[in-house]
Design a protein around this ligand. Structure first.
Ligand code: PXP
Length: 245
């Protein structure tokens, strides 16, 4: 069975839109940690958060609270920096996914260039592994990057599915073929294959034709869908609340 990891960053985006500066006496909402609980209760296999350098959505305190609640199901996405390494070693999440980070990007735009960063990534992966944290590398479906993951002895890769998800229908088969070859290559090298970025209910059927998928990490579209399926009830609840006796 393919596992579902829910990326809850955008639940925090919604909170930060109103409560970036705390309002005294008001409890900020929504609380991503209690919603992570809901995701796990609904059957999600893991929770992903990306603690970005600019702290635009998930905050340190959210991650620490998630560490207390569901460390064994927590996948921390982070840049490969000394500060984040120290944070992860203290937190001890089950998994860390190393991603490239660029302050100007709206979301993680491409995979990590592991092939040119062997010297930097090697010691980080070694320290995480020594600390029994499973390390994953977020990679484009490029054979050089998969080879680099093998040289780095990364046990897991997450294939960046963004190019497939954003491709027009004519280009999608090529993007899917690249993902298929990368998944085959990683599997032959005994590397676990996860995938994520831009996955939606509409493109999952095609993506599921890929072999060797272990976990799919899905964020934006899952959170958008939650609003779509939940908005009606929310309006009803507020109508009831303002109904005069
Ligand atoms: N996996 C990784 C490594 C990501 O950086 C992201 C986006 O933050 C996702 C999965 C989820 O992507 P999306 O929000 O498009 O579902």
């Amino acid at each position: 069975m393919i596992r579902l990891g829910v990326n809850i960053d955008h639940l925090a985006t919604l909170r930060q839109a109103r409560y970036r500066v705390p309002i005294p006496g008001v409890i900020p909402e929504p609380d991503p940690v209690s919603l992570a609980r809901t995701c796990l209760f609904a059957g999600a296999h893991s929770i992903t958060v990306h603690l970005r350098e600019d702290r635009r959505h998930i905050q340190d305190d959210d991650v620490l609270r998630l560490g207390h609640e569901c460390r064994e199901k927590l996948n921390l996405e982070m840049a490969a920096t000394p500060a984040m390494l120290q944070f992860a070693l203290r937190l001890q999440p089950a998994e860390v996914c190393l991603v490239p980070e660029n302050r100007a990007e709206v979301t993680t735009e491409g995979g990590l260039n592991a092939a040119t960063q062997i010297q930097t990534l090697g010691p980080i992966i070694e320290k995480l592994t020594q600390s029994k944290i499973i390390t994953s590398l977020f990679l484009d479906p490029d054979p050089r990057q998969i080879d680099a993951a093998a040289s780095l002895q990364a046990p897991v890769i997450e294939l960046h599915t963004g190019r497939f998800a954003d491709a027009n229908p004519a280009d999608r088969p090529v993007a899917l073929d690249q993902l298929r070859s990368a998944a085959e290559q990683a599997h032959c090298l005994k590397i676990q294959v996860n995938a994520g970025h831009g996955l939606r209910l509409s493109n999952l059927p095609e993506l599921l034709s890929l072999p060797h998928l272990h976990t799919l990490n899905i964020g934006h579209s899952l959170v958008s869908h939650a609003i779509n399926v939940g908005l009606e009830q929310s309006v009803r609840d507020f109508l009831l609340a303002i109904k005069k006796k």
